[in-house]
Design a protein around this ligand. Structure first.
Ligand code: 26M
Length: 823
């Protein structure tokens, strides 16, 4: 066929138009004249997907011709992919061509992009990080597969009614999801329950056999993941649970139709819904079933491919590097052991070496209540063979500890895989540590705290396993796609290689002192703010002024993230205005966004408090529109892409020592926002990079937080000694934000006064003072612009490409095309 004009592969407007028309007509049975927006969206997506598949097939082919290559398997219970259309067009380099193709049919590409529903298959930072890493792996041309669960219902949609969060089911599949393709022929059988028995094989060896009580089918659904302007196209392979109802399995589902239907229902619940709880795992059997479900599918899939391409079980680790995204997939450790021992007859030591060399473990949180444990009885009932293997791993682990530390039974108790206090339970973090050759935290401080506190015993015994890999975000989605105005200005100024060499942004430094460049920089930001203001008006009815300082905090709602500290500052400004309406304050628009876990009552009350603050402030005549408070509903990747580019100030105000890394902090700074933040997570490294003079720092350090707590922290005393703080807390307690109801926010107020575990009152004064420095700088637009430009110029470290290069070097030992690296 004529090169460049092929309907499946052509990248010019004419070929793309032809491709979209063909899909509309012959695939969807629609005439372009009567097609709906969704029809056009689907047809456009299919046309793009063809071009991804073409590259995907070529990537697989390249891999097959590399006998020594290693492939990365990123195992994650969550992938927060975000909308796919715009990101794929950018990576293919055909945004303008597609816009032109659609325009010829009277369709606006931007309308289709707006129409897209994102797959919300994650809770927040951890799930979005997995998606950024897939983008970078493909861009760096590292063969990789993301393995996870194809939840039918992702993270709930959030509505705000009367100020309260209401959760609605996320039906992301209801209009059809065009980016994936099901591969029923590659289905995997997953087993649960039952019992084990021993037997002697032909060689007279003692072996174990698992007789399950239940079998579920895992069907893979593949989404192509294209790198930026490269040919490499990797795979996201998500598994959907189905009932097994084939003749082969009739032996397991005896007769009885009602029973069979019931089994179908229970089988399919496994991939039904994402657990929204991001703080305290509750030991729910279904959650463990989900974890084992996708892990068993993934390992089987990897092992199958390995054996098909001529590998042996003993060389598995030479072809696969598997990363555990938190402890959620950690049952992969006993699962690989089980396959190597029981199905392939390896000896323990050999199987253990393969397993340890295969896995790396990334920890994402220090919160003690978030460390996963499973009751032993539950784990054993669901995975009897795995429990036996875990006990054997533990026996060898404890023997090893006793050899190195004779008589130190307390250490054995702490490091044991089994918690013996109360209901006996399996500690997944310990299992991940013992089963992995590499263990990493996600920012420098986080790794240090992991090493000195949560995992100190493990550092003592296996120091060589530990390393830090600071998180990063993809500049393609979060700058090129989200902020075309800023991207264009940067490319015109320093060239267009910065999306893949983010350190090149440093070339902007010399322009920070150019008044003309600063003015264009401000124009871009202003246009982004006008756009966001229009969206805010449409979604909330609130009018905000694009000339005001956009002060934004978007992230999951959690006490440690301290959205309520932000509220205390707003109420402080409000009170000052009430006392002196002529006070010269910097006009600000405060935007909040984020979901609260449905069972987390305090977080839900914080959302209500933000709304109530808006109700109090927004229309108060004394305020004269100078302060506006907005709760932006249903924060998501898609909404984030509209929000980050419009921010002037990024709120990163967690209690020091609590936020493992944060990644929103990076997205804001890359879009020209200045940061007000604590010395927590990656904030510390951001400040190191951009320079202390270009970062608004406040608050206690992690060490100071620890000693304040050890010394008997008394929030009540702080409240009593600070008149302004006391007045603001009293304002909340008075019922003035609740139509006179003094009970509504009482639990929140009492929590602050009597416990305040996140040191909100301790940091209040420092925060308010820091906000005054922010306001002072805002009054000098030239100085502000300069600082904003310097922030962007110095953010190169926080590309997820850098993070992935670190993983390749320090953990996976792979290079482009899977070539092994030394080390
Ligand atoms: C647990 C039980 C049941 C259901 C869900 C969970 C669960 C899900 C996600 C628990 C924790 C989850 O994620 C933790 C998380 O998102 N951590 C964040 O990871 C980011 C990426 O490394 C960091 O930037 C954030 O600081 C960290 O909070």
């Amino acid at each position: 066929s004529e090169p460049g004009r092929d309907v499946r592969t052509g990248l010019d407007p004419a070929s793309l138009m032809q491709a979209v028309c063909d899909y509309l007509y012959y695939f969807q049975g629609r005439h372009p004249a009567t097609a709906s927006r969704n029809d056009f969206y689907l047809a456009t997506a299919y046309a793009v997907r063809d071009r991804l598949f073409q590259r995907g097939i070529q990537s697989l082919d390249a891999l097959l011709h590399r006998p020594d290559g290693r492939t990365v398997a990123y195992l994650s219970a969550e992938f927060l992919m975000g909308p796919q259309l715009a990101a794929n067009l950018v990576n293919l380099g055909i945004q303008d061509a597609m816009r032109e193709a659609l325009w010829r049919m009277d369709i606006r590409l931007e309308d289709l992009i707006e129409h897209e529903v994102e797959p919300g298959l994650g809770n927040g930072g951890l799930g979005r990080l997995a998606a950024c890493y897939l983008d970078s792996l493909a861009t760096l041309e590292i063969p990789a597969i993301g393995y996870g669960i194809r939840y039918e219902f992702g993270i709930f949609n959030q509505q705000i009614r009367d100020g309260w969060q209401v959760e609605l089911t996320d039906k992301w599949l209801h209009l059809g999801y065009p980016w994936e393709v099901a591969r029923p022929e590659r289905a995997v059988a997953v087993r649960y329950g039952g019992y084990t028995e021993t037997y002697t094989d032909e060689d007279g060896r003692y072996r174990v056999r698992w007789i399950p009580a239940e079998i579920v089918k895992g069907v893979p659904h593949d989404t192509p993941i294209l790198g930026y302007r490269v040919k490499t196209c990797n795979l996201l392979r998500l598994w959907r649970a189905e009932a097994v109802q084939t003749f082969d399995f009739e032996a397991f589902n005896i007769g009885d139709y009602a029973r069979a239907v019931e089994d179908q229902v229970t089988s399919e619940t496994i991939s039904k819904v994402l657990y929204p709880n991001d703080a305290s795992p509750q030991g729910k059997a279904l959650r463990l079933k989900q974890q084992y479900f996708f892990v068993a599918c993934a390992i089987e899939d990897m092992l199958r491919a390995h054996l098909r391409f001529g590998g042996t079980p003993a060389t598995f680790h030479k072809r696969w590097a598997a990363q555990l995204n938190d402890t959620h997939p950690t049952v992969a450790v006993p699962e690989l052991m089980r396959l190597l021992l029981d199905d392939h007859g390896l000896e323990w030591d050999e199987a253990w070496e393969v397993t340890q060399k295969t896995f790396g473990y990334t920890n994402h949180t220090l919160l003690p209540e978030a460390l996963e444990t499973w009751p032993i009885d539950l784990f054993g009932a669901l995975l009897p063979r795995h429990l036996e293997i875990v006990f054997e791993i533990n026996r060898r682990l404890c023997d090893g500890i006793r050899r190195v530390y004779p008589g130190d039974e307390d250490r054995v108790r702490r490091m044991s895989l089994i918690e013996e206090q109360g209901r006996r339970s399996l500690r997944m973090a310990n299992l991940a540590c013992v089963g992995s050759h590499a263990i990493n935290g996600v920012a420098a401080l986080h790794t240090e705290l992991l090493k000195s506190q949560v995992l100190s015993d493990w550092v003592a015994m296996f120091p060589e396993r530990f390393c830090n890999i600071t998180n990063g975000v993809t500049p393609r989605r979060f700058v090129v796609v989200a902020n075309p105005g800023q991207s264009k200005l940067i490319s015109e100024t320093i060239g267009d290689d910065w999306p893949i060499h983010l350190d090149a942004l440093r070339r902007l430094e010399t322009h920070a002192d150019d008044p003309e460049f600063r003015a264009r920089w401000r124009d871009v930001k202003h246009a982004n703010k006008r756009q966001l203001a229009a969206v805010i008006k449409e979604r909330t009815g609130i009018s905000v002024d694009p000339d005001s300082l956009f002060d934004i905090q978007v992230k999951r709602i959690h006490e440690y993230k301290r959205q309520h500290l932000n509220v205390l500052h707003i109420l402080t400004l409000y009170r000052r205005l009430k006392l002196n309406p002529d006070l010269d304050v910097v006009p600000r628009t405060f935007v909040f966004g984020g979901k609260a876990a449905p069972g987390y009552q305090v977080a839900k009350l914080i959302i209500k408090l933000v709304g109530a603050t808006g109700d109090l402030v927004n229309d108060d005549p004394d305020v004269r529109g100078r302060l506006k408070v907005v709760f932006f509903p249903n924060f998501s990747v898609k909404n984030g892409q509209a929000i980050y580019p419009a921010a002037d100030l990024s709120e990163q105000i967690s209690t020091a020592g609590q936020e493992a890394s944060g990644t929103g902090n990076m997205k804001f700074a890359l879009n020209g926002a200045l940061t007000i933040g604590t010395l927590d997570g990656a904030n510390i490294e951001i400040r190191d990079e951009v320079g202390a003079e270009n970062f608004f720092l406040f608050g206690l350090t992690a060490d100071e937080v620890r000693s304040a707590k050890a010394g008997g922290y008394a929030p009540r005393a702080i409240y009593e000694q600070n008149d302004e703080l006391r007045a603001v807390v009293d304002l909340i307690a008075s019922g003035a934000l609740a139509g006179g109801d003094t009970t509504l926010f009482r639990s929140l107020v009492d929590g602050l006064l009597w416990h305040d575990p996140f040191m909100v009152l301790a940091d209040y004064q420092s925060y308010v003072a820091c906000q005054e420095r922010v306001a002072a700088l805002w009054r000098d637009p030239e100085a502000w612009s300069r600082m904003s430009i310097l922030n962007v110029a110095r953010m190169g470290k926080f590309s997820s490409d850098r993070s992935i290069r670190d993983y390749c070097e320090r953990v996976w030992h792979v290079g482009p095309l899977g070539a092994p690296t030394e080390g």
